[in-house]
Each structure stands twice: as structure tokens, then as C-alpha cells.
Design a protein around this ligand. Structure first.
Ligand SMILES: CC(C)(COP(=O)(O)OP(=O)(O)OC[C@H]1O[C@@H](n2cnc3c(N)ncnc32)[C@H](O)[C@@H]1OP(=O)(O)O)[C@@H](O)C(=O)NCCC(=O)NCCS
Length: 155
């Protein structure tokens, strides 16, 4: 795609990143009634921007940020063969640019970064009903594993 670049996010992008974060929250709201109606936030942006074990990327077209995604190297459960894994999050592409492979470009970039860091196990969380996201992740090679189950007893 002409003029599309995938680059590392910087502190200068913070205002746009905060706006994209809210779009991810709104995109996921239909899948989880427990998301706060006000002031719901997901990410520690300062940490993602400054931490050496994190890689926050943005997709930009003509200087405008239209997508995002991060990888973060984390310690794994003691029971697993791998001691570290890369967790992927903040996957977002503006509606008008969806279905064009931009998420795949961001994820391929994060997968390469992870491999270069010697980490070959990657994980992410996605709502089971988020069909578009699941299709996008399957396209990159991810398969379904753990299913989170919940119950709310307040009524
Ligand atoms: C999930 C998301 C990042 C995918 O981004 P994307 O750039 O559209 O992804 P890709 O183009 O790489 O792959 C999209 C695949 O999903 C499907 N898809 C998703 N949305 C689509 C759309 N609006 N139009 C067409 N296809 C779409 C297609 O099957 C496509 O695969 P294909 O190219 O083989 O047909 C994007 O849909 C999004 O931002 N959703 C809202 C936020 C969100 O739910 N994030 C995930 C949190 S876990």
C-alpha cells in the first residue's frame, strides 16, 4: 500500500495512541459487559514506549497513525518448556483500512522482533466472539488454546 509505513511508536505519538486505545476499548465493549463505562484504559503506554522488552509499533499513512500493536517479552509459567514468551496486544486498525493486511504487517513485524530476541512462543488474548480479529490472527498462524470462562453473581 502506497505511503504505508510500520514504525516504532515514540512519546510524540501519545495523544494518538490514547485515542486508539479508546477505540480498542469501544471495539471490545460488546464482548464484555464488565468493561467500565467511564475511564476504561488498557495499557501502560509509558512502559510500552520506554521498556527494552517491549516493542510498540504504529502503522502510518501520510503521517497519520491508522493502526497499532505491541509485543512484550514476559516470563512464562513455570510448568512450560519456554521460560519467556512474547505477548501481543493493542492490535488495532482504523475501520476504513481493515481487511487490507495491515494487522498482518504489524504482527509479522512483531514476530520478527520476537524471533530476533530469541523468543519463539507468542501469545495473545482475544474475545471468542471477535470473529474479525480471530480471522486476522489465524491468518498469521495463531491457533486457539485457552478459553476464559466467567460468571457474574450480582443479580
Ligand atoms: C482485528 C483487526 C486489528 C484486524 O486488522 P486488519 O488490518 O483488518 O487485519 P488483516 O487485514 O491483516 O486481516 C483481516 C482478516 O480478517 C478479516 N477481516 C476483518 N475485518 C475485516 C473487514 N472490515 N473487512 C474485510 N475483512 C476483514 C478477513 O478475513 C481478513 O482476512 P483475509 O485478508 O484473508 O480476508 C481489526 O479488525 C480491528 O482493529 N478491530 C477492532 C479492534 C480489535 O478488535 N482488536 C483486537 C483486540 S484482541
Amino acid at each position: 500500500m502506497k505511503n504505508l509505513i510500520i514504525r516504532k511508536a515514540t512519546s510524540e505519538d501519545k495523544v494518538e495512541l490514547l485515542s486508539l486505545e479508546q477505540k480498542v476499548v469501544e471495539a471490545e465493549r460488546p464482548y464484555n459487559a464488565s468493561i467500565k463505562t467511564k475511564n476504561a484504559t488498557y495499557y501502560d503506554l509509558n512502559h510500552l514506549l520506554l521498556d527494552d522488552d517491549s516493542n510498540l509499533l504504529v502503522a502510518e499513512i501520510n503521517g497519520v497513525i491508522i493502526g497499532s500493536g505491541y509485543g512484550q517479552i514476559r516470563g512464562s509459567k513455570k510448568s512450560l518448556e519456554h521460560s519467556t514468551h512474547t505477548y501481543l496486544g493493542f492490535m488495532y486498525v482504523e475501520i476504513e483500512y481493515r481487511g487490507l493486511g495491515i494487522n498482518k504487517m504489524i504482527m509479522d513485524n512483531l514476530i520478527d522482533w520476537s524471533k530476533n530476541r530469541g523468543v519463539v512462543d507468542l501469545y495473545l488474548d482475544v474475545y471468542d466472539a471477535n470473529d474479525a480479529a480471530i480471522r486476522a490472527y489465524k491468518k498469521v498462524g495463531f491457533t486457539k488454546t485457552l478459553v476464559e470462562m466467567k460468571i457474574n453473581l450480582s443479580d
